[in-house]
Design a protein around this ligand. Structure first.
Ligand code: ZN
Ligand code: ZN
Length: 228
């Protein structure tokens, strides 16, 4: 029975959505469709931030995170590797921990080289790593939300570019933007002290969180109208 736990890894989350939603994803959703679903739930999450509704924001962002995993599966991206390559315990832009972009007025992206720091294993460890790189005290919740919106746009852009060119160099940008997206998602969770792995393991304690089946048997119209 597919389930997520407090100690689940990002790969576990990818495997979980494959087992539960792989069938309906393959049949119903193209890559642009998948992005649309992701965007819907990210935006609903941002609405939760605007309204100060933490429960609404959390649920929608956890659902958005799961659509994101489905997108990563469809594109065969190992999100753990992509994330640690971009953020090896350091800010991907200034190469420091904590990030010193503002303090140093960094104008150009530095080449960030992975040192011997420990690679996070679980989702919880990744969340902690991002909290260490980007301490939540350095920004407001709203700023984190806006940044997440920006990264959603950038991910959409690079996917569209790749779909136009089908070139490897453009595909690599998807991995980079995917890492930026998840860093901002953890950024919002950290700003609002949401424990992502706890929320994921509560929502996905057994199969699909709605129909409770694996594979999910939710109807297409129901999925595309699902309000949370
Ligand atoms: Zn930085
Ligand atoms: Zn279902």
């Amino acid at each position: 029975m597919p389930a997520l736990h407090r100690t689940s890894t990002i790969l576990d989350h990818q495997e979980f959505v494959k087992a539960v939603y792989g069938l309906s994803n393959d049949r119903y959703f193209t890559t642009p469709d998948m992005l649309t679903q992701m965007q819907r739930f990210v935006m609903r999450g941002l609405k939760g931030i605007r309204q100060g509704d933490k429960k609404k924001a959390t649920l929608n962002l956890v659902v958005a995170m799961s659509w994101f995993m489905s997108l990563m599966n469809q594109l065969h991206i190992d999100l753990t590797a992509a994330t640690f390559k971009r953020f090896p315990n350091l800010c991907s832009y200034c190469g420091s921990r904590p990030c010193a972009c503002k303090k140093q007025k960094v104008k150009k992206r530095k080449r960030v080289v992975a040192k011997n720091g420990r690679k996070p294993k679980t989702i919880a460890e990744f969340q902690r790593m991002f909290s260490n790189i980007y301490p939540p005290e350095s920004r407001t919740l709203e700023q984190s939300g806006i940044h997440l919106g920006e990264e959603m746009g950038e991910l959409t852009e690079v996917v569209a570019i790749y779909r136009g060119s089908r070139k490897t160099k453009d595909f690599e940008k998807i991995s980079q933007e995917a890492a930026d997206f998840i860093s901002c998602l953890f950024g919002v969770f950290n700003s609002w002290k949401v424990n992502a792995s706890l929320e994921l393991s509560t929502l996905f304690s057994r199969n699909c969180h709605v129909c409770k089946k694996a594979p999910c048997e939710c109807d297409f119209r129901f999925i595309t109208n699902f309000k949370s």
